[in-house]
Design a protein around this ligand. Structure first.
Ligand code: NDP
Length: 333
């Protein structure tokens, strides 16, 4: 069965990664909705999509099985609710919504409608992160004590729009990057965050009042402490993800990225070992899992609940920044 998709949003992420991943994993891109007729027509033409519309209801009436929602963040919730009402499965971009309560509403609406909701947290699909999760689950570093996430990047000029300027769209590095850290930490560690504290920076890229850098610390259920550093403003930093346990350390380098690159070193009393890494395209891994879920085989790699829990981390981070304190991570699930 070929899964037929409608795209909600003529976005960069759809163009750069997701359209290709849908097609590479046996799906068909049947229709597109854009709020702007000319932009939608041009996008559909450039990406060989047969139908373009400015009307979400028209898209939902088309012969499609699922929608991929990659509009700006404030639109995700209403578009997901409409898709659920129309009986379409939903793969939604992160953050699911601007509020945890709104994201919970999306999960509940999709459950009630009997449709599948996935969140496009790409990093848990990376071979590097899957290898670290497997090593931890196999006890190869003993009891994990600390994690460190290095996810400070330089936002490319073509993405320096609403992300650094529009609070109503959920601008700022916490909603853009910290949510990904939250999901990756939860996935690799296999446990949930409990509380978080953070401080933000306005380093010159974001409009006044919009953070473009953050450093924080979270405590997880086991007592593990995780440190995270995210930014839009660092041109020369490298990314990484480390977990340090009682019997060993996992040192992931160049792995907080959209590309299937990076390495993971396992260091124990036995010496250093580079873990074998599956180099599958992250978005194709996610789409293959989503297509499988629609065929009744397994669940999306990141579910709607995962999207809620990762957003709850980011929301607690925002609260901590505003209140200069420690804030409980409350997913409301
Ligand atoms: P874009 O800014 O490229 O697109 C978002 C919306 O902006 C589009 O839906 C489109 O509206 C509108 N838009 C696009 N181009 C123009 C233009 N030239 N002028 C005016 N408006 C325009 O966003 P991204 O692709 O960067 O992000 C979209 C979503 O995906 C966000 O939720 C983001 O957080 C998420 N994301 C996720 C990633 C991941 O790896 N999981 C990576 C990057 C983003 P319309 O559709 O109405 O035409």
């Amino acid at each position: 069965m070929t899964i037929r998709w409608g795209l909600v949003g003529a976005s960069t992420i759809a163009r750069e990664w997701v359209i290709g991943a849908i097609r590479a994993t046996g799906g068909e891109v049947a229709a597109l909705m854009s709020s702007d007729a000319a932009r939608g027509q041009a996008f559909a033409h450039d990406n060989a999509i047969p139908l373009a519309t400015t009307d979400l209801d028209a898209l939902l009436l088309a012969d499609i099985d699922a929608v991929y929602i990659s509009t700006t963040n404030e639109k995700h919730r209403q578009q997901t609710l409409a898709a659920a009402r129309a009986g379409k499965h939903v793969l939604c971009e992160k953050p699911l919504d601007l509020s945890v309560g709104g994201a919970v509403e999306m999960v509940r609406a999709c459950t009630a409608a009997g449709v599948i909701l996935g969140t496009n947290h790409h990093l848990r699909n990376a071979g590097t992160h899957r290898a670290m999760r497997a090593a931890i689950a196999a006890g190869r570093i003993g009891r994990p004590l600390f994690a460190r996430v290095f996810h400070a990047v330089h936002l490319p000029p073509h993405l320096q729009g609403w992300r650094i300027a529009d609070p109503s769209a959920g601008a700022g590095v916490i909603m853009d990057i910290t949510v990904h850290d939250a999901d990756t930490l939860r996935f690799v560690l296999g446990e949930e965050p409990v509380e978080v504290t953070a401080m933000v920076q306005e380093g010159g890229m974001g409009r006044p009042g919009i953070e473009d850098g953050v450093m924080g610390v979270a405590r997880f259920e086991s007592g593990l402490l995780a440190q995270f550093h995210d930014a839009f403003t660092t041109r020369f930093a490298t990314t990484g993800f480390e977990v340090h346990g009682t019997e060993g350390s996992l040192i992931g380098t160049n792995c907080m990225t959209q590309k299937p690159v990076g390495d993971v070193l396992l260091r124990t009393a036995a010496g250093d070992e580079l873990l074998p890494i599956d180099r599958t395209n992250l978005y194709e891994h996610a789409l293959a899992r989503f297509h499988g879920a629609l065929r009744g085989e397994g669940i999306p790699s990141a579910t709607g609940e995962d999207g809620v829990r990762s957003l709850a981390f980011a929301a607690a981070c925002h609260e901590a920044v505003l209140g200069h304190g420690f804030y409980t991570v409350n997913s409301m699930l």
